[in-house]
Every structure is written in structure tokens, then in C-alpha cells.
Design a protein around this ligand. Sequence first.
Ligand SMILES: *[C@@H]1O[C@H](CO)[C@@H](O)[C@H](O)[C@H]1NC(C)=O
Ligand SMILES: *[C@@H]1O[C@H](CO)[C@@H](O)[C@H](O)[C@H]1NC(C)=O
Ligand SMILES: *[C@@H]1O[C@H](CO)[C@@H](O)[C@H](O)[C@H]1NC(C)=O
Length: 397
Amino acid sequence: MEYDTNDTWRRSSSPKFEDKKCKPLPRRSTTTAVIVLGLAVLSCLMGYCVLSETLPYESKTLRLVIILFRHGARAPVSSYKSDPFKNYQWPDGLGSLTNAGKVQLYELGRKYRMYYANFIPEEYQEKDVYIRSSDSSRCLMSAYTFLAGLYPPSERQIWHPELLWQPIPVHSLPRELDNVVAATKSCNSWKTMYQALLAENNADPKYAELFDSLSKYTNQSMRSILDVDFLFSTLQAQQEAGLKLPEWTRNVFPTKMKQPFMLSLALLSYNESLQRLHTGPLLNNIRTHLQEAVTHTNMDRALYIYSGHDVNLVSLMRALGHTDLLEPEYGASILLELHEEVEQDTFYIKLFYRNNTKVEVPMEIRIPFCTEPCTYEKFIEHLGTLIPTDWEGECQN
Ligand SMILES: *[C@@H]1O[C@H](CO)[C@@H](O)[C@H](O)[C@H]1NC(C)=O
Ligand SMILES: *[C@@H]1O[C@H](CO)[C@@H](O)[C@H](O)[C@H]1NC(C)=O
Ligand SMILES: *[C@@H]1O[C@H](CO)[C@@H](O)[C@H](O)[C@H]1NC(C)=O
């Protein structure tokens, strides 16, 4: 069957594979399974019951996995005028991935290693996986630590006895050219629409009181939900780093600031017009990955990993029809799986969300524009409505 050796882990769609008897799993997977089971039993005893049978994930139909995650915990990107930690020395500078953030993504990589023990080959091979990151240092570093957890070197791959780590390539484009992962490449028509929408929301009277109070406490002008967004992220990063936030924040953080913060993330891909320009190129990549798997034009590559930011997760969720406001935590991830029902000759898509790096098993979520199971055709049709054929042209660049 499909999962037992490194060369046959990508199964063909030919049904004759079905008659092969189950061979034992590779030793390490068995060991992993035993450890996982043990942990699961232990967690049950401690009151956190995990569905042990879902770890590692057993699936004969799985063909392709696409993961988009947010980077790990980071130092604040900005400060504010009355910030008591304005001169705090972040050891690696503003916006950098912290050691806690490195651990988060390493753990996430290990969790996916265990979860997909029967799908992702134990040994890293370039042909199997492609990793793309936003060009910001914290995303690149998150990708590297994730990969350290996902692909510890096999015996053959150990190249230094003191370093149980192997280099794995992470691809990225400079921010000004990246319209796929970070979606930071400039797009004129998107910008015009986004600014109109932002102005409209900033004028909403329901934020007047919050803006007044934040302006007073920060001693700077806070008149936009984008200002609230930045302040929220700063306070969150400081709190995450164990700093004691000033007293005034108690009344507004996270409580009153959370809704405008989440709305600010959502505005970038608020409606279909914005989604086409902001998320269309990523959807185009996803469509290509799925198409190649379905048409068998790229049989080896069965794992695509994207390392991005909170807004990128929000944008993908919105483009997939989930318009509830969302606050992706550090290391949160979205999973898309392509499955094949060999007998019926159909492919279908599953969507999962993992709120943070502590969650044991990704939670399957409904795909709103699809009935279950969501067929590949239906999924691709929806993506097609949001993918510009001429992105530069639609952007009026
Ligand atoms: C999306 O919002 C922008 C800005 O308000 C607007 O110009 C555009 O027409 C909207 N698109 C749709 C499909 O509603
Ligand atoms: C706010 O800023 C003004 C000038 O910009 C300054 O005089 C005042 O002391 C500041 N207040 C606080 C609470 O930081
Ligand atoms: C995780 O996310 C799901 C769906 O977005 C939500 O229902 C659930 O409450 C979240 N759990 C936590 C602990 O945030």
C-alpha cells in the first residue's frame, strides 16, 4: 500500500494498489505511534482527552497537503509615545522572532511530522516538498525552525555529529515583488479600494470613544482601526514577552481593541474585489498545485508549505468563504488536503485550521461554498472566480 516505503509514498491512482496487503509501517513510525499513543493516554489521564486514533493521521485517500502558517512569537514591530518599554532592548531587534517563537514553530513542525507520519516521508527529499516564505526575517526563521521539527536528518543526512539539523531550502521573493505569500507587491486599484474601505470604517461612530481613550493614553493620535491594529500587536508582543503592561490597558486590551484589530486584518481582503487582488495570486498557486496533483504532472511533490503573517491567514480564510473575523495566533495554520476516491474516480478537498501550535489535531472546517464532500471541480471553480488572468492589469499598475 501507499505509505510504507520512501519511494512509494506517493501512490498512483491505479486501483490495483488496493489488493496489496498492509505491510508493517517503518520502524520509526511505529515508535512514533507508540509514543503518541502513550502521550494521548497520559493526556487523557490529565483530563485533556485527545483522539489518539487520529494521530498519526491514517488516510489512504490523501494525495496532497498545503500548509500556510503564521510565524511564531515576535518582538513588537513598533512602539507608541507613552510606551514604558519604548527603550526596551529587544535582543534581536524590533519585529524579530523570539526564542519562544522559534520553539513554537519547531513544535509545530514536530506535530505535523507525527500527524502526517504515514504521508510525509521521514527523510527530506527536495522533490517531495516546496517551501515558500514571506521575505521578512521572522517568517524565514519560522520556516527554518518548522522544517527542523518536520525533517530531522536521517542517519545518512547527518553531516555533523553535534548538529542534528540539516539545511532545507526556503524560497522567497523580496517584499516589493511578492504578491503570493506576504501579498506586499504594490497594486494601485487594490490600494484605492482598501483606503476607501478603511476611511469608511474609521468614520464609524462606534469607534469614537475607543479612539478618544487610546489617543489620550498613548499620547498620540489614534484615529484609525489601523492604529488600533498596530497598538494591539505591540501590546500583545510585550505581554507575550512577559512585560507588565501599563494599568490603562486593562480597560481596552484585549477586550475593546480586539474587534477593530480583527477588522483591520480583514479589510485587506474584505470583499471579492479586494480578494482577487490581494489573495488571487496565492489562490492561483494553490490551484496549480492541485491541478498538477490531479493530472499527475508532478507526482512527487505532495507537500507545499507557506510561511506568512496573520493577515495572510485571514485573507485565505476569507477567500475560502469564512468571513467571521479571525485573530490567528502565533503559529496558527491553515491546511488544505487533496483526497482521491479511487473507486469513484473523484478528487475532493478538505480544509482544516489549527488555532495555535499547542492544538494537537487540526480542526476540520466546512467549506462554505461547497457541499460535502467538496469536489475538486467545485473547489477549483470557486478559486477561478477570484483569480485574475492579468493581475498587473487589474491592479492598474
Ligand atoms: C469592495 O469594496 C470596495 C471599497 O469599498 C468597492 O469599491 C468595491 O466595489 C467592493 N466590491 C464588491 C464586490 O463589493
Ligand atoms: C504627551 O505629549 C506632550 C507633548 O507632545 C507632553 O507635553 C506630555 O507630557 C505628554 N504626556 C504624557 C502623559 O506622556
Ligand atoms: C479555535 O478555532 C475555532 C474555529 O475558528 C474556534 O471555534 C475555537 O473556539 C478556537 N479555539 C480557541 C481555543 O481559540
